[in-house]
Design a binder for this molecule. Structure first.
Ligand SMILES: NC(=O)C1=CN([C@@H]2O[C@H](COP(=O)(O)OP(=O)(O)OC[C@H]3O[C@@H](n4cnc5c(N)ncnc54)[C@H](O)[C@@H]3O)[C@@H](O)[C@H]2O)C=CC1
Ligand SMILES: N[C@@H](CC=O)C(=O)O
Ligand code: NA
Length: 927
């Protein structure tokens, strides 16, 4: 009986142009499939022959490189008569991706690179199909695939695609090969191919369907044409170059997973020898990437990442000394550079590390493609075709390479975004064999891929990650499967948690090293990121955690920063670049090198915002000319955007310094802390503001790793808060805190003499930068009352600002004057009253002092202007001095006294700076 193939070959329409033998076979195959889909009984599926026993590359392993062993061509026995393809260390493999050969110029550049590598030995150059370029946007492989799709939908526009492809190649050939014989040869070949493709596509259109083998045949033409262009260009340049159609050499079989292929090495070796017998061993072989034949001799492809795979297979077949993959990136990065601007191009990776990173989507070889190279320990370099001076990434397991690169424990970090966590929980699972099997076979049956699995040894719950888009299918399948166990109470929970993300740290050197996981987890904790579950395989090459999707980029930056940046890198935002903010930035500028060099602390100012304009930087604002940048490059201020900018920065630790006197930023503190941002402030508004808000902030502070530091709110740079905290935290009991807490009022009463007016001394205090932006806050006693409230709360008293009676020095008539400037202008009219009080005190041999008291026994605070003998400690002060006396259980006879200038830009900014270093110490800076 005639085979279906022959029968149906007659149905090829006679008006089609003549087609090649191979095309005919494919057309038969196509036609048979069309019919077999109608008549299932007439199924015609090419049978893959029983696999040859394939000891992976064993035949080559057993023979030393470069030793010629005869191989069969026509008659396997007649081996002695044939020359085998020479193999060994003299061969280098280069693979050029589609972007590297997208235009005639680029193909010329590839040819130049090949020519320059001539001295290092013979080369096999594997090429992809031409990619796209702005001047020639056709991406050949994509368009070939699209043509098949269009034809199978009977959309005749594939003819236009075909014309575009022809034009791209003919134009490139003209530019590359001039107008001589080489061009004619190439054009004749492509016209022939295009004619065949046209006939095939018409046949597909008639059948209304395509097949994999037909599609493979069409798609492989991109590589065929490109390899011919490059080999012709090399020959024209005088190189001994030959074109290799890898369909004649590489033999592959479909792998059991249905999506990849396995190489038939013995058959491929034999075919390579046969090829060499016909073609000799030229200096350069330009081979088609991506395409191969199956054991039946039909055209097939190497599937995803096919051209890279071709290159490594060639590396193994030729026993090459090196494989270079030319692409458009500098190499493999320590993290996705779009997410982590500070990511670094890795010099070295082991094959295992490359596998792990590629799984997470790093721009690196597909795991499968490294296998052939790995088998023979052939180094693979990833190089940038467009940036030749970049050294690239070398993938190898050669110990010397790894040692040269130093011990970088973690090489790279990556995330898989948008996953769902599935959690199956219940007491009925404990000690019951087969539970995991049931769960995962349910996933298999529901066609859900599981990417991360975690189970605590209590066996009470199993959780695993799936793609978010598979989440509903997964949960429905599990609920159905465990319905009985759920109703019996053996399984209490089958739940899905959406919007999660997997974060992995990869590094071969992590194995058996202590502290890597701890460092990673600490970095996440410090960035206030919660870990939902953890997995680490026994290989220890990969630590994977599951976190919330919204934390994805921040987590990546936090862990990357912890391993790659200075030991401690802090991203800083300054709110309020006024007297204190400005002075602080300048102090930081002066000290930054010292911090970096001596203490490995790298502080980067990522944003500065005033009330109307803000300046942001992704990396760091350069502090030498920040004011000019602020004036010229700032944008409208927006505290929420400012926060988001910091919260999502690549720097693992972020802090905002609120250097305003405003009560607007304090309203954002809670949210800032929830977003993982530490806060440092000289602003007294929150600590002396509504008690409930203050207590909520303290609660968040206690429950998180987020710090809130405010030393400069009392006594500016003097260690008042720190001293009090030390006393309280070490168990001392505070009885009373008494002192002069206002630098402004101290200065005024230290400087006021009978021959000076009150208003002129207030002006001086303002000019010296001691006063609040509005001096009435000082003169009214409010500023002192705030400090008393802050200290009282520090001692555990639940006082509110309104609980502190205050004696104001602001003339009643000036309380409601609109601006501080108007107030200052009108103040001289009221000098008389203060002058009189001064004179009365003087006459009694006393002086005036504005004193604040926290009376812990009475649970109260007070603020008042008092008269003190000239021998009193309060009378001995100078300038803006503050003096604070702590009477405690331990310091009951003589109080602990802190004294010194308590106002002014330099000392206050110094207090803010000391908080920053305290924060750095909390975050782990060396002491
Ligand atoms: N001057 C001193 O000796 C001491 C001052 N302090 C505190 O330091 C803080 C700053 O004081 P100065 O620098 O003297 O004040 P300043 O008036 O010179 O600077 C404050 C800055 O904050 C900006 N600002 C105001 N509201 C804002 C908002 N909602 N968003 C963003 N920016 C805003 C202003 O435009 C200005 O640039 C105050 O809270 C003050 O109590 C604390 C201890 C000592
Ligand atoms: N205006 C304040 C500044 C410090 O808090 C003062 O004078 O003390
Ligand atoms: Na202080």
């Amino acid at each position: 009986m005639a085979s279906p193939q022959c029968l149906h070959s007659r149905s090829i329409p006679s008006q089609l142009p003549p087609v090649s033998q191979q095309s005919k076979a494919l057309l038969c195959d196509l036609e048979c499939r069309r019919l077999s889909s109608r008549h299932a009984s007439a199924s015609h599926k090419p049978q893959v022959p029983a696999r040859q026993s394939r000891s992976y590359l064993k035949p080559q392993q057993s023979r030393p490189p470069q030793v010629a062993v005869a191989a069969a061509l026509a008659e396997p026995e007649a081996t002695e008569a044939l020359e085998e393809c020479p193999r060994g260390a003299q061969w280098q493999i280069h693979k050029f991706g589609g972007t590297c050969v997208a235009t005639a110029d680029r193909i010329r550049e590839a040819a130049r690179l090949i020519a320059s590598g001539q001295q290092q030995g013979q080369q096999v150059v594997v090429v992809s199909a031409m990619g796209s370029h702005p001047t020639s946007p056709v991406k050949v492989t994509d368009l070939l695939l699209k043509m098949v799709d269009r034809a199978s939908r009977r959309d005749q526009s594939f003819l236009l695609d075909l014309a575009a492809i022809q034009e791209k190649h003919v134009e490139t050939a003209k530019q590359l090969l001039g107008d001589g014989r080489a061009l004619n040869r190439f054009v004749a070949r492509i016209l022939d191919d295009i004619g065949n493709l046209k006939a095939m596509l018409q046949a597909i259109a008639i059948a209304g369907m395509s097949t994999d083998s037909f599609s493979d045949f069409v798609v492989g033409h991109g590589e065929l044409w490109c390899a011919q262009l490059l080999s012709s260009a090399l020959q024209q340049a005088g190189l001994d170059a030959a074109f290799m159609d890898t369909r004649e050499v590489l033999v592959v079989s479909p792998a059991s997973d249905g999506t990849t292929v396995d190489v038939e090495y013995p058959a491929s070796n034999a075919k390579l020898d046969a090829w060499a017998h016909t073609n000799g061993a030229p200096q350069v072989i330009v081979a088609t990437g991506f395409i191969a034949s199956n054991p039946q001799g039909q055209v097939t492809t190497l599937k995803r990442n096919g051209s890279d795979y071709s290159a490594t297979i060639m590396g193994a077949l030729f026993q090459a000394s090196h494989i270079t993959i030319w692409t458009d990136v500098d190499g493999v990065y320590s993290a996705d550079p779009r997410k982590v601007p500070e990511s670094q191009c890795l010099v070295n990776l082991s094959y295992h590390e490359a596998w792990e990173l590629s799984y997470f989507g790093a721009n690196v070889l597909h795991p499968r493609t490294t296998l052939p190279a790995m088998k023979y320990n052939i180094p693979i370099s990833i190089r940038n075709f467009f940036h030749l001076s970049a050294p690239g990434t070398r993938i190898t397991d050669v110990q010397a390479d790894i040692e040269r690169a130093g011990v970088q424990l973690v090489k790279g970090f990556a995330t898989i975004d948008h996953v769902a966590l599935i959690n199956v929980e219940g007491t009925g699972m404990v000690g019951v064999p087969g539970t995991a099997s049931t769960i995962f076979s349910t996933m298999r049956d529901a066609d859900v891929n599981v990417s991360m699995i975690s189970q605590a040894s209590s066996e009470h719950s199993v959780c695993f990650a799936v793609r978010q888009s598979d989440g509903v299918r997964a949960i429905n399948a599990l609920q159905a499967r465990f319905a009985e166990a759920i109703s019996a109470g053996r399984v209490s929970k089958v739940e899905k948690i959406d919007d999660c993300c997997i974060l992995a740290a990869v590094g071969q050197q992590m194995a058996s090293r202590k502290g890597v996981a701890a460092t990673m987890f600490a970095a996440l904790a410090k960035a206030n990121i919660n870990i939902r579950c953890i997995a680490q395989g026994c290989s220890e090459y990969n630590i994977t955690v599951l976190i919330d999707q919204r934390d994805s980029v921040r987590a990546l930056r936090a862990v990357h920063g912890r391993f790659y940046l200075a030991k401690l890198t802090i991203g800083l935002g300054v709110v309020g670049p006024g007297a204190i903010g400005r002075t602080f930035i300048n102090q930081l500028y002066q000290q930054r090198e010292e911090l970096r060099e001596e203490f490995d602390i790298d502080v980067r100012v990522l944003g500065i915002t005033g009330s109307s304009r803000m300046l942001l930087s992704d990396t760091a604002i350069s502090l030498d000319d920040w004011q000019e940048q602020y004036n010229s490059e700032s944008q409208p201020a927006d505290l929420e955007r400012f926060r988001d900018h910091l919260a999502s920065s690549y720097v693992p630790n972020t802090v905002i310094i609120d250097a305003t006197a405003s009560d607007v930023p304090p309203q954002h503190y809670l949210e800032w802390m929830r977003r993982g941002i530490h806060i440092i402030t000289p602003n007294k508004k929150l600590n002396s503001g509504p008690l409930a808000q203050y207590q909520e902030l303290r609660r968040i502070q206690r429950d998180s790793y987020i710090h809130f530091l405010y030393e400069a709110t009392v006594g500016a740079g003097l260690p008042i808060i720190a001293t009090l905290k030390h006393l309280v935290d070490t168990g001392d009991r505070i009885t009373k805190i008494e002192g002069i807490f206002s630098g402004t009022l101290s200065y005024i009463f230290n400087s006021l003499t009978p021959d000076r007016t009150f208003s002129s001394v207030v002006s001086e205090a303002k000019e010296n930068g001691f006063t609040e932006p509005d001096p009435r806050d000082d003169l009214s006693g409010t500023d002192v009352a705030r400090k008393v409230t802050i200290l009282a709360r520090e001692c555990g008293l639940d006082l509110d600002l309104s609980d502190i009676p205050i004696e104001s020095l602001v003339p009643e008539q000036l309380e409601s004057v609109a601006s501080p400037d108007d107030f200052m202008a009108q103040l001289p009219q009221y000098d008389g009253a203060m002058q009189a009080q001064m004179a009365a005190a003087e006459a009694a041999g006393e002086c005036l002092r504005f004193v604040g008291v926290v009376d812990c026994k009475a649970g109260a605070g007070s603020v008042k202007l008092g008269r003190y003998p000239k021998s009193h400690a309060f009378a001995q002060l100078q300038g803006s001095d503050n003096i604070i006396a702590f009477t405690t259980q331990r310091y009951s006879v003589q109080p602990l006294i802190v004294r010194g200038p308590g106002a002014g830009a330099e000392v206050t900014a110094g207090g803010v700076f000391s908080d920053l270093l305290r924060l750095a110490a909390y975050l782990g800076a060396p002491s």
